[in-house]
Structure formats: C-alpha cells, structure tokens
Design a protein around this ligand. Structure first.
Ligand code: HEC
Ligand code: HEC
Ligand code: HEC
Ligand code: HEC
Ligand code: HEC
Ligand code: HEC
Ligand code: HEC
Ligand code: HEC
Ligand code: HEC
Ligand code: HEC
Ligand code: HEC
Length: 493
C-alpha cells in the first residue's frame, strides 16, 4: 500500500518537473520516438543522437531535417508543408549546419556564445573547393565533425579532439589514390613523419597538449602552405609555435624553457625574417622540421645551420673542433652562437679577453689559446690599419690629390675581413693567415699611395712657394727698374 503511494508520488513529481522543462524537450521529439522503433539506417541516427551535443541542447531531428517534430503522424511530421527536406544532398548538406552556426542571433537563442565564423573561414579555405567528382566541397562540416553523434570539440570523443584529429586529416592526406585526384605533387607522408616527432609520439600516447595537425594548420581556415594566409606560412610560424612554447605554465609541466620565441624574435634570424621580410632567414620549422624528427639531434644540428651557412659548416667539419666536439658531446655551431639567440658576431668573440668564447674552453697553456690570441691580434691589426689608411686617403683627397685608385682597392679589404671571419671556422692558424694576408698587402699598397700623395702635395706646395717668391722678387725688381727708368726720363726733360 505504502509502496503504491510512493510510486504515485514519484510519478506526480516527475510529470511536474518535466512540465517545467523548456518547450522543445527531446521527450517531445516525435521524429526520434518513431525512428527509435524503425530499422537499419532509419534507426541508427536516432540511436546515435542521444549522445549528440545538439540533443543535449534539446534540438529535435527537425532542427536539421525540418518537418514537425511534435506530430506523431509521419505524413504530417515529414511533410514538405512543414519544411521537411529529407536527407540533405551531400553537396549542400553544410547548409543545414550554417543555418544556426553562421547566425549569431540563433546561437544566442540557445544560450551559446560560440564563435559563428566557421563557415566564413571554411568558405575561403583550400578544403572548400569542389570535389573531383563534383559532389560538393572536398571537406565540409560533416566530413570533420560527423553527424548524429557530434560532440563538443573538447570532448575526448569528438572527431576533432587532438588525439583523434590525426587520423581524421590522415584519412585523406595519407591516401595517395585519393589525393592524386587533386594535387599529385602534394606529399602524403605527413602522418608517417609526424609520428616520428616528439609531438607525434606524445599525441599517440594520448597527450592532448602537444601540437597536432590543426594546432599548426588551423581548422576551418586552412590554406595551401605557400599562401601567405596559411598559419604555417614562413612568417606566421613563430606565432603558431609560440602559442604553446611561450606558455610557461604548460612548458614547466614538461620541464622545458619557454623563451625560444622571445629569444628568436630578437635574434639576427628573427629580425631578418619578421622585420626585414628576408625569406631566406630561418623560421622555427627550418631548423626543427615540419612534421618530422623534432628537434634535430646533436649530430644533425650543424647540418641544419649548414643548409644555409655552407662554407662555415665545411670549414668546421674539417677543423680540429669537429672530432673534439663530437667526443665531448658539445653541440656544434650552437656552442658558440646559441640556437635561438643568434646575434651578429663581432671580433670580441674571438681572442683571449673576457668577451671571447674561446677562453670558455682554452687556457694559456694550450694551442687553441695561442691560436685564438694570434687570430685576434691579426684581426685587430688589420682593422686598425684599415682605419688609419682610410684617414690618410681622406686627408689626401681634402688636399685635392687624386687617390681614387687606392680608395677603390681598399674596398676589397672589407671583403677580405668577411672571408677571414668565416675562415676562423677552420680553427687553424695557417688557414686564417692565408685568408687575411692579402688584406695587409692591399693596405700597405693603399697606405703608400696615400702617403705619397700627401708628400707630393707638400712638395708641390713648397715648389709653388719658391716660385711665388721668385715671381714676387722679379715683379718688385721690375717695379723699381721701371721707376728708376722713369726718374731718369724725368730728369732728362
Ligand atoms: C511515425 C513515424 C515517423 C515519424 C513521426 C517521423 N518519421 Fe521519419 N521516417 C519514418 C519512416 C517509416 C521512414 C521511411 C519511409 C519514408 O521515407 O517515407 C522515414 C524516413 C525519414 C528520413 C529519410 C528520408 C529519405 O528520403 O530517405 C528522414 C531524414 C526522416 N525520416 C526524418 C524525420 C524527421 C526529421 C521527423 C520529424 C520531423 C520524422 N522523420 C518523423 C517514420 C517516421
Ligand atoms: C545537426 C543536424 C542533424 C540532426 C539534429 C539530425 N540529422 Fe539526420 N542527417 C543530417 C545530415 C547532414 C545528414 C546527411 C548525412 C550524410 O550526407 O552522410 C543526415 C542524414 C540522416 C538520415 C539518412 C541516413 C544516414 O544516416 O545518413 C536519416 C534517416 C536521418 N538523418 C534521420 C535523423 C533523425 C531521426 C534525427 C533525430 C534523431 C536526425 N536525423 C537528426 C543532419 C542531422
Ligand atoms: C538548430 C541549430 C543548429 C544546427 C542546425 C546545428 N547546430 Fe551545431 N550547435 C548548435 C548549438 C546550440 C550548439 C551548442 C553550443 C554551445 O554549447 O554553446 C551546437 C554545438 C555544435 C558543436 C560543438 C561545439 C563546441 O561547443 O565544441 C559542433 C561541432 C556543431 N554544433 C556542429 C554542427 C554541425 C556539423 C551541424 C550540421 C550537421 C550543426 N552543428 C547544426 C546549434 C545548431
Ligand atoms: C577540416 C575539418 C573541419 C571542417 C571542414 C569543419 N570543422 Fe569545425 N572544427 C574543426 C576543428 C579541428 C575544430 C576544433 C579546433 C578549433 O577550435 O579550431 C573545430 C571546431 C568547431 C566548432 C567549435 C567552435 C570553434 O569555432 O572552435 C564549431 C561550432 C564548428 N567547428 C563548426 C563547424 C561548422 C559549422 C563547419 C562547416 C561550416 C565546420 N565546423 C567545418 C574542424 C573542421
Ligand atoms: C608542428 C606544426 C605542424 C604539425 C603538427 C603539422 N604540420 Fe603540416 N605543415 C607544417 C609546416 C611548417 C609545413 C610546411 C610549410 C612550408 O613548406 O612552408 C606543413 C606542410 C603540410 C602540408 C603540405 C605538404 C607538405 O607535406 O609539405 C600538408 C598537406 C600538411 N602539412 C598536413 C598536415 C597533417 C595532415 C598533419 C597532421 C598529421 C600536420 N600537417 C601536422 C606544420 C605542421
Ligand atoms: C576529405 C578529405 C580531407 C580531409 C578530411 C582533410 N583534407 Fe586537407 N586537403 C585535402 C585535399 C584533397 C587537399 C588538396 C586540395 C588542392 O590542392 O586542390 C587538401 C589540402 C590541404 C592543405 C594544403 C596543402 C598545400 O600546401 O597545397 C593542408 C595544409 C591541409 N589540407 C591540411 C589538412 C588538415 C590539417 C586536416 C585536418 C584538420 C585536413 N587537411 C583534412 C583533403 C582533405
Ligand atoms: C598545441 C601546442 C604546441 C604547438 C602549437 C607546438 N608545440 Fe612543440 N611541443 C608542445 C609540447 C606540450 C611539447 C612537450 C612534449 C614533451 O616533451 O613530452 C612540445 C615539444 C616540442 C619540442 C621538443 C622539445 C624537447 O626537447 O623535448 C620541440 C623542438 C618543439 N616542440 C618545437 C615546436 C615547433 C617548432 C612548433 C611550431 C612549428 C611547435 N613546437 C608547436 C606543444 C606545442
Ligand atoms: C636557427 C635554428 C633554430 C631556429 C630558427 C629555432 N630553433 Fe629551436 N632549437 C634549435 C636547436 C639547435 C635546439 C637545441 C636542440 C638540442 O639541443 O637538442 C633547439 C631547441 C628547441 C627546443 C627545446 C627546448 C630548448 O629550448 O632547448 C624548443 C622547444 C624549440 N627549440 C622551439 C623553437 C621555436 C618555438 C622556434 C621559433 C620561435 C625555434 N625553436 C627556432 C634550433 C633552432
Ligand atoms: C634557412 C637558412 C638559415 C639557417 C638554417 C640558419 N641560418 Fe643563420 N642566417 C641566415 C641568413 C639569411 C642570415 C642573414 C640575416 C641578416 O640579414 O642579418 C643569417 C645570419 C646568421 C648569423 C649572423 C651573421 C652576421 O654576419 O651577422 C649567424 C651567426 C648565424 N646566422 C648562425 C646560424 C646558426 C648557428 C644556425 C644554426 C643553429 C643558423 N644560422 C641557421 C640563414 C640561415
Ligand atoms: C668555437 C666557436 C665557434 C663555433 C663552434 C662556430 N663559430 Fe661561427 N663564429 C665564431 C667566431 C669567433 C666568429 C667571428 C666573429 C668575428 O670576428 O666577427 C664567427 C662568425 C660566424 C658567422 C659570421 C661571419 C660569416 O662567416 O659570415 C657566421 C655566419 C657563423 N659564425 C656561423 C657558424 C656556423 C654555421 C657554425 C657551425 C658550422 C659556427 N659558426 C660555429 C665562433 C664559432
Ligand atoms: C666548447 C669548448 C671550446 C671552445 C668554446 C673553443 N674550443 Fe678550441 N678546442 C676545444 C677542444 C676540446 C679541442 C681539442 C683539444 C685541444 O687540442 O685542446 C680544441 C682544439 C682547438 C684547436 C686545435 C689545437 C691543436 O692542438 O691543434 C684550435 C686551434 C682551437 N681549438 C681554437 C679555438 C678558438 C680560436 C676558439 C674560439 C673562437 C675555440 N677554439 C673555442 C674546445 C673548444
């Protein structure tokens, strides 16, 4: 007896509660109610739909398919008059999604603050071109988000959740037969390479914080990589990596520093690429790879720098440092130049004074120390003599002497200095001397030309002085002579 009363009470309570729910409750979705008792592909959507984010927002089947979800009569419910569209055609099925997702007001009605720019972005992207067999865009909302079991994007079950997205993008991008219909030149190895990187390995282990396809390429606004709007266009890359790598909270979890971006933007490379727009300067991916092995192992670091600084690398590889650095596990170029904070090197880097990098490892009783000291002496002496010679030539020019030939050949000293600084990387005194000696020869010739010109100037000036004196004496003499002759003439008359 008591049990029945309790049951009646519960039923009354439940029905009061349900009448308090918003008008469009799923319980009233007659489309779903009827489809739940049908078979096969009429049933499957209804079965799946209970896990869909739209279901949890009380959106009935008619929210996408149209029709009247309040009628249990299939002829009324699925009538054209009630706006039923049936199964939307593949080529335009995205239109059912953007009815809401491109409309801020509609989304507000569902208490949603989600951005409404997905279609705007997708429309211009490389994926919104027609398919080769013309059944609609290459990829649309349903291709990536599925349908009837759509999840919030931060739900681990979502098709676009970081640990799922690699197989989503890979479903096309690893399929050579499919991809060749569009762009046969496009590689299809991104997933394979990605799996060898630290990002890929951690992603495979289920870590959602590492970079995956969409964190680097974007999701709706994906462009060809050579398009300047692409997230991975050379000048945009540093920002993309920085999203995570400058996040100190995230990076401490992995025991990683978070200063790569801030160091890079100040470096010669960062300034050249981002401020001067010099596309030959490296972005993060030129050193770290796009999808592949990240970071370059100690062995390949000099190879990375050497892709561009070919001569420095060749010299380094033949130098005594190559073997010594390998044995000691010192990274190569980076040991002296740093990796992200590469600055413009000056002569202060070499030598035995405090600012030199050489004294980090060499001390006064070894050969490296002596070589470092000699290199610096020669560099200093050439630059000082270069300056002095320039002054001498300037003085000559000011005095009106023509020293343009000497000035012209002095320009070669600048080139020789550049080559000598490169030749330091042989870390060999003889090779350095071979590189710098022609500089001293040019200077001594130019200097001589300058000194001669100035001597010449004084010589001519002296000559001019004497000549003027003689002329003046002559003129005065002549003057008196004339006066004398005139006086004589006057006296006669
Ligand atoms: C009383 C049962 C019933 C109700 C209510 C009902 N359906 Fe159906 N629905 C069916 C049956 C049966 C079919 C298959 C026969 C047909 O296509 O007419 C079907 C077919 C469909 C199809 C596939 C059509 C096609 O062209 O292949 C869609 C989509 C669909 N229903 C959606 C809805 C939506 C949306 C609603 C609510 C507005 C709804 N149904 C209400 C029974 C129902
Ligand atoms: C968020 C929008 C959306 C909602 C809500 C939705 N559908 Fe669909 N439905 C679609 C789209 C889009 C397609 C076409 C899928 C395709 O092209 O593969 C589709 C396809 C179908 C099909 C064709 C068979 C199939 O699986 O492709 C049926 C039947 C169907 N829906 C019934 C339903 C029923 C019943 C409900 C409610 C339980 C429902 N849909 C809710 C968007 C929706
Ligand atoms: C009737 C309006 C409506 C239609 C039609 C609609 N959606 Fe939604 N969608 C919503 C609302 C409302 C939410 C929940 C928003 C929220 O939680 O802030 C949502 C959520 C989503 C989410 C989860 C976003 C998140 O929070 O991470 C995805 C993905 C999504 N919809 C995709 C689609 C796709 C794909 C289609 C077409 C097949 C579609 N929607 C059709 C209204 C709609
Ligand atoms: C190429 C795959 C792809 C396509 C096509 C695609 N999406 Fe997405 N979408 C994603 C990914 C990945 C995310 C999650 C990452 C993010 O937040 O950008 C996402 C996120 C979303 C979200 C969550 C809010 C947001 O903007 O982050 C909504 C809503 C959504 N998509 C709707 C749509 C709609 C509507 C369409 C069709 C117009 C669509 N998507 C087409 C991949 C795609
Ligand atoms: C860490 C960032 C990053 C991740 C993660 C990433 N990419 Fe890339 N992707 C790039 C860069 C950088 C390029 C090359 C840009 C260039 O060549 O200028 C690129 C190039 C591409 C290209 C053009 C063809 C090629 O291989 O050069 C495709 C397609 C591509 N990625 C797809 C993917 C897919 C699919 C995934 C997921 C498995 C993915 N990417 C993951 C950064 C990334
Ligand atoms: C339905 C298949 C499909 C899916 C899913 C897909 N793509 Fe694509 N994607 C393509 C095709 C086809 C192209 C080539 C279009 C062309 O070149 O005309 C392309 C082009 C690209 C390009 C431009 C390559 C270049 O430089 O020309 C990038 C980058 C890219 N996709 C990344 C992604 C990412 C990231 C994802 C996952 C979020 C993804 N794709 C999902 C089919 C797909
Ligand atoms: C979505 C966030 C995210 C983005 C975007 C991202 N990374 Fe990472 N990356 C991580 C995380 C997290 C780790 C740490 C993984 C670990 O050590 O287990 C990592 C690890 C690395 C490592 C290995 C560090 C080490 O020595 O362990 C390198 C190198 C790296 N990323 C470079 C890049 C570059 C270059 C880019 C841009 C092209 C980039 N990352 C974009 C999150 C990201
Ligand atoms: C000129 C080449 C170069 C450029 C450009 C470059 N890196 Fe590096 N990066 C390196 C080298 C070399 C290492 C050291 C690798 C080692 O010791 O194994 C490194 C190490 C890293 C590490 C591991 C942690 C650390 O700091 O040692 C991360 C993360 C990283 N780089 C991210 C980036 C990001 C993000 C950018 C762009 C803002 C970038 N790198 C630009 C060469 C470069
Ligand atoms: C993608 C090509 C590329 C890679 C890889 C690269 N560099 Fe550079 N580097 C350049 C360019 C271009 C400049 C000139 C920038 C400028 O205009 O000042 C430069 C400048 C420099 C300079 C300054 C030269 C000067 O006279 O001011 C040093 C030092 C340097 N790089 C060292 C390195 C090291 C060390 C690495 C490896 C960790 C490296 N680079 C990797 C292209 C590269
Ligand atoms: C043992 C220290 C050391 C190592 C290792 C080293 N450098 Fe240098 N680097 C120097 C010094 C010293 C200078 C010259 C500074 C000056 O006199 O202006 C220099 C100058 C440079 C310059 C500017 C001059 C020029 O050649 O244009 C570049 C670029 C450069 N190094 C690249 C590299 C690369 C690439 C590597 C790796 C293959 C490397 N360096 C390895 C010490 C080093
Ligand atoms: C990171 C440590 C380190 C730095 C910095 C360094 N060296 Fe070395 N160097 C070595 C080691 C180790 C050897 C091999 C052992 C030895 O002969 O001292 C070596 C050998 C040499 C040698 C060959 C010596 C011989 O016995 O033939 C010369 C020359 C040399 N270094 C010059 C320099 C110059 C110049 C600089 C500065 C631009 C420099 N090194 C910076 C570690 C370093």
């Amino acid at each position: 007896m008591q049990k029945t009363l309790l049951n009646i009470f519960i039923i009354i309570l439940l029905s009061t509660l349900s009448s308090l729910l918003p008008a469009q409750t799923v319980a009233e979705d007659e489309c779903m109610n009827c489809h739940q008792v049908l078979d096969d592909e009429l049933l499957v959507p209804a079965q799946k739909y209970v896990t869909d984010v739209h279901y949890s927002k009380h959106i009935p089947c008619s929210g996408c398919h149209g029709g009247d979800s309040k009628s249990d009569d299939m002829d009324i419910a699925m009538s054209k008059e009630k706006g039923f569209i049936g199964v939307p055609d593949r080529s335009v099925r995205y239109e059912v999604c953007i009815k809401c997702h491109a409309n801020e007001e509609t989304m507000k009605k569902y208490d949603s603050n989600l951005p409404v720019n997905q279609f705007e972005n997708l429309k211009n992207s490389i994926h919104f071109q027609p398919t080769y067999n013309n059944v609609g865009p290459i990829a649309d909302c349903v291709t990536c988000h599925s349908v009837h079991d759509i999840k919030q994007v931060d739900n681990p079950k979502s098709t676009v959740y970081p640990t799922k997205i690699v197989s989503l993008c890979g479903s096309c991008h690893s399929n050579a037969n499919f991809m060749k219909n569009y762009n046969p030149a496009l590689p299809v190895d991104q997933v394979v390479k990605y799996k060898t990187s630290i990002h890929g390995k951690m992603n495979l282990k289920g870590d959602p914080n590492v970079a995956e396809c969409a964190s680097c390429h974007g999701s709706h606004d994906i462009f060809a990589v050579k398009d300047s709007r692409s997230h991975v266009y050379k000048t945009n890359i540093p920002e993309v990596c920085s999203k995570c790598h400058s996040d100190s909270k995230l990076m401490t979890k992995y025991n990683l520093p978070s200063d790569q971006y801030s160091s890079y933007v100040k470096s010669v490379h960062g300034v050249a690429l981002l401020e001067k727009g010099d596309l030959s300067s490296p972005s993060c991916n030129d050193c770290h790879g796009n999808h592949g092995a990240i970071p370059p192992g100690v062995e390949s670091i000099s190879k990375v720098c050497g892709n561009c600084h070919v001569l420095n690398m060749e010299l380094f590889e033949q130098s005594p440092h190559k073997k010594a650095f390998d044995e000691n596990d010192f990274p190569e170029c980076e040991t002296c130049h740093d990796n992200h904070d590469v600055v413009h090197p000056t002569d202060a880097m070499v030598g035995v004074q405090e600012s030199s990098v050489c004294t980090d490892c060499h001390s006064s009783d070894d050969k490296g120390y002596v070589v470092a000291s000699n290199i610096k002496e020669l560099l200093d002496s050439l630059t000082t003599e270069d300056k002095e010679t320039k002054k001498i030539l300037e003085e000559a020019t000011q005095k009106g002497m023509d020293v343009s030939d000497a000035e012209f050949s002095l320009k070669d000293v600048r080139q020789i200095l550049i080559q000598s600084r490169t030749s330091i990387h042989a870390f060999n005194m003889k090779k350095f001397k071979d590189a710098i000696t022609p500089g001293f020869k040019i200077i001594s010739k130019s200097k001589k030309a300058g000194v001669d010109a100035i001597d010449d100037y004084y010589f001519r000036r002296e000559g001019l002085g004497i000549a003027t004196l003689i002329v003046t004496v002559l003129v005065i003499g002549l003057y008196f002579k004339i006066r004398k002759m005139e006086k004589k003439k006057n006296r006669k008359t």
